[in-house]
Design a protein around this ligand. Structure first.
Ligand SMILES: [Zn+2]
Length: 265
């Protein structure tokens, strides 16, 4: 628990709006490590100091991965960023489920997450486990509702609108619902990269949440394994929506990584 308290202090001590990239990297490592440990605790996988160290350690590596994923997306290398984010999410999911950290490698497409077995999986019951996310199903419906066009690009589902969204006189060039980034057709490249960073953030939030429902084990090539609520992701959205735009962590991070500046006031 001492490590958890230390990470929490580290996390809260950072004056957020002025966060530079180094600080963002530290926060990603610390927060993912902490939430992975908490995920292990909730799923009753911590029986010894060694288990705790494994959870903190795998979470820290995953946090570094999520940071790298966001950096790649922010630079415009979105496919690479999405792949790294999926690998990092796999580390968190496997570890918090008490499995080998690299036992399965997952890939999220739409509301589905396909988790393919590796030789390190001890049970090897199925080749592909499929998880379904309730929140990402809802976000997809919202994205399609807003969209003038839906597209598969960079290994993920994007939506496009014919014009920017104008709210209270402020022009929004893009908006991301969960893991579905959206821009308007005339948006500049940094807007695409910015929205892709938001999609990685959503995948990061989805990965730390324990599954809502786990189906019984079965020996099949494909099997439906988990239903995931995505409550952490939805709660985070609600929490952020109540804060002024420049103080939202997701915006502070996305602006700093894509354009190296603070969110506009
Ligand atoms: Zn944004």
């Amino acid at each position: 628990m001492r490590v958890a308290a230390f990470l929490l202090v580290l996390f809260l001590a950072a004056p957020l709006p002025a966060a530079d990239r180094q600080r963002i990297a530290t926060i990603n490592v610390a927060a993912t490590s902490l939430f992975t440990y908490l995920g292990c605790v909730v799923q009753k996988k911590v029986r010894s100091g060694r288990d705790a160290a494994k959870c903190f350690g795998a979470g820290a590596i995953a946090g570094a991965g999520f940071y790298q994923a966001k950096r790649s997306a922010a630079r415009g290398d979105i496919t690479r960023g999405w792949l790294i984010a999926n690998a990092a999410a796999s580390l968190v999911e496997n570890t918090t489920a008490g499995e080998h950290p690299l036992g399965r490698i997952g890939y999220t497409f739409g509301p589905f997450r396909f988790r393919v077995v590796t030789p390190l999986d001890r049970q090897r019951e199925s080749f592909v486990d499929i998880d379904v996310s309730v929140a990402e199903t809802g976000f997809l419906v919202r994205a399609i509702g807003d969209a003038d066009d839906v597209d598969v690009r960079d290994g993920m589902v994007w939506y496009e609108t014919n014009g920017p969204d104008i709210v209270d006189g402020i022009v929004f060039h893009g908006y991301t619902w969960g893991i579905y980034p959206g821009t308007w057709s005339g948006a500049r490249e940094h807007t695409w990269n910015h929205e892709a960073v938001h999609a990685v953030q959503a995948l990061q939030l989805d990965s730390v949440e324990p599954p809502l429902l786990t189906f019984p084990r079965s020996m099949r090539f494909f099997r439906l394994r988990h239903i995931r609520a995505g409550a952490v992701n939805v709660t985070d959205n609600v929490f952020h929506a109540q804060r002024p735009y420049p103080e939202r962590w997701v915006e502070i991070e996305a602006y700093r990584l894509t354009q190296d500046r603070e969110p506009p006031r």
